[in-house]
Write a protein that binds this ligand. Structure first.
Ligand SMILES: O=C(O)Cc1cc(O)ccc1O
Ligand SMILES: [Fe+2]
Length: 449
C-alpha cells in the first residue's frame, strides 16, 4: 500500500472527542492515565509524566490551558538545538519591507520541488506584531508533495490554524491523529509536536500563525445560546502513540527562526493525556450562517468562526471569518460586500469556487491583502451586476472564502512583495466605476476659493 493509501485508510477510521475548549482525557493503553493525581511517584506503565502549559500557571481559570502527557520518554531527553535553514518561513517582527497601503493580490503559490514536505513547503506572506512579545499574527501559505518522514515540527511562537485548499492532510500529533481536507480547518496549539502526512499527491493551503491569545469561539450576544460555529462540532483526537527507536528530527520554530535537534526516538510517544491545550479540527460546512432577513449587508463579523481576543473588548488580534454558502434575501439592498475602508487589516483566501465581491482574478489558492484603511469592495463588474440584479431570494453556494482579519497592518515579506505570483494591475478592478450622480436641481457643492 502506498503512503497516501495508508494515510487515507487511517484518516477514514479516526475517532474523535467532541467539543470546544473542553477538558478531555484519553489513553491508548488501558491504565496509562493516572487516577486521582497528575504526577504519581511512579506514573502507570513506566511512563513519564509531563505538563505542557498553554497559559501562564496563574491565568484566570476561564483562560487557563494546560495538558498532562504520559509518555515513553520525557521531551527533555534531547541534545542541543542548533539553527537550521528557515527556508521560506519568516517570523514577526516583519521588517523586510515597508508596510504598504496598496491593495495587493496574489495567484496561488507555484508548485514546489519534488520531495517538499509540509514544513519545507511553508512560505510566509507577511504578518504583524512580535513573536517574542506574544502579539500579532503571520500569514503563511504551504504547498507540499511529500509526507514528513522521521521529522516533526513544533511552533513555540504561536498556534497554527491550517486551512487546506487543495489536498487533505493527516496530522500525527502528540495527542493523536486528526485529518483535515479542503473545507475543514485544523488547529495545532503552541508547542505541540506534530508531523503531516498527505492524503493526496499534493497539498496546498493557508496558515494563520497566531502569536496572541489562543483562538476562542466568539461571544454570541443577542444571537443567543447557539449559532455560528457550534462548540460540539469541534473534534479533538484520541490518544495514539508511536514507539519508534529511530533518529527523529525535531524542528522548533522559536522567535521566528527554525532550530533542529535529533532525538533518538519519536517524540510522538504519548500513550495517554488529559487537559485542555489540545489540537482540533472543524468542518467549515458545519458553520451556522446568520445574516439579514430584512435589509442591508451585515458586517462580516457575523461570520466569525474563531477570535483571538486582545485586552480591549471586541478588538481582536486576529479573527478567522468564513464566507460559507448561504441565502441572500435582503430587500432593496446591495447584496455583495459593500465599499469600505476598515480600521482592521484583511487577508482573504479562497478555498473553492468564487467570492461574491470579485468577478475575476481572486482564485482558489490565491489571496488578497487589504491593509487598514485601504479602500476596497466589489469590483466594477460585481457592482454593476448587483446594482441591477433582480432581488429574488438567491442561494450563493458556489464558493468558500475566508478572512484573517487583524487589528494591525500586515507587512509583506520581501519574497511576497516581489513574488512572480503577485498580480500586477489589481487596482484596475475598481477602474471604470461610472459617475451616476444626478443632483436635484438647485443643489450647490462647496465652492472652491
Ligand atoms: O473585503 C471583503 O470582501 C471582506 C468583507 C466582506 C463583507 O461582507 C463586508 C466587509 C468586508 O470587509
Ligand atoms: Fe473588506
Amino acid at each position: 500500500m502506498s503512503g497516501i493509501e495508508q494515510a487515507r485508510k487511517t484518516a477514514e477510521s479516526l475517532a474523535y472527542a467532541t467539543g470546544f475548549g473542553n477538558e478531555h482525557s484519553s489513553e491508548a493503553v488501558s491504565g496509562a492515565l493516572p487516577v486521582g493525581r497528575n504526577s504519581p511517584q511512579r506514573a502507570p506503565l513506566g511512563l513519564y509524566a509531563e505538563q505542557l502549559s498553554g497559559s501562564a500557571f496563574t491565568e484566570p481559570r476561564a483562560r487557563n490551558r494546560r495538558s498532562w502527557l504520559y509518555r515513553i520518554r520525557p521531551s527533555a531527553a534531547h541534545p542541543p538545538f542548533t539553527r537550521t535553514d528557515n527556508g521560506a518561513l519568516r517570523g514577526a517582527p516583519f521588517t523586510e519591507s515597508v508596510p504598504d497601503p496598496n491593495r495587493l493580490r496574489w495567484n496561488p503559490l507555484p508548485a514546489p520541488a519534488p520531495g517538499t514536505d509540509f514544513l519545507a513547503g511553508l512560505w510566509t506572506l507577511g504578518g504583524n506584531g512580535d513573536a517574542a512579545r506574544r502579539t500579532g499574527m503571520a500569514v503563511h501559505l504551504y504547498h507540499a508533495n511529500s509526507p514528513m518522514t522521521d521529522r516533526v515540527f513544533s511552533d513555540s511562537d504561536g498556534e497554527l490554524l491550517i486551512v487546506p485548499e487543495h489536498g487533505g492532510l493527516l496530522f500525527v500529533t502528540e495527542f493523536g491523529l486528526l485529518a483535515a481536507r479542503p473545507g475543514e480547518v485544523a488547529l495545532i496549539p503552541r508547542g505541540v509536536r506534530f508531523r503531516v502526512e498527505l492524503l493526496d499527491e499534493t497539498a496546498r493551503g493557508y496558515v494563520c500563525e497566531n502569536y496572541g491569545r489562543p483562538f476562542v469561539l466568539p461571544d454570541l450576544g443577542p444571537i443567543g445560546a447557539n449559532g455560528l460555529a457550534n462548540a460540539r462540532d469541534f473534534l479533538c483526537p484520541v490518544a495514539a502513540y508511536e514507539d519508534v527507536e529511530r533518529p527523529t528530527e525535531v524542528v522548533n520554530k522559536f522567535c521566528g527562526n527554525l532550530w533542529t535537534a535529533t532525538y533518538d526516538h519519536s517524540p510522538l510517544d504519548v500513550v495517554a493525556w488529559h487537559g485542555n491545550h489540545l489540537p482540533y479540527v472543524y468542518d467549515l460546512r458545519r458553520f451556522n450562517v446568520i445574516g439579514t432577513i430584512s435589509y442591508d449587508h451585515p458586517d462580516p463579523s457575523i461570520f466569525t468562526v474563531l477570535t483571538s481576543p486582545s485586552d480591549t473588548p471586541g478588538l481582536a488580534g486576529v479573527d478567522f471569518v468564513v464566507f460559507a454558502p448561504r441565502w441572500l434575501v435582503g430587500e432593496n439592498t446591495f447584496r455583495p460586500p459593500y465599499f469600505h475602508r476598515n480600521v482592521m487589516s484583511e487577508y482573504m483566501g479562497l478555498i473553492e469556487g468564487a467570492y461574491d465581491a470579485k468577478a475575476e482574478g481572486f482564485v482558489p489558492g490565491g489571496g488578497s491583502l487589504h491593509n487598514m484603511m485601504s479602500a476596497h469592495g466589489p469590483d466594477r463588474e460585481t457592482f454593476d451586476r448587483a446594482s441591477a440584479a433582480e432581488l429574488r431570494p438567491r442561494r450563493i453556494d458556489d464558493g468558500l472564502a475566508f478572512m484573517f482579519e487583524t487589528r494591525w497592518p500586515v507587512t509583506a515579506t520581501a519574497q511576497a512583495a516581489t513574488a512572480g505570483h503577485l498580480q500586477t494591475g489589481y487596482d484596475e478592478v475598481w477602474q471604470g466605476l461610472e459617475r451616476h450622480f444626478r443632483p436635484t436641481p438647485g443643489a450647490a457643492p462647496i465652492e472652491g476659493p
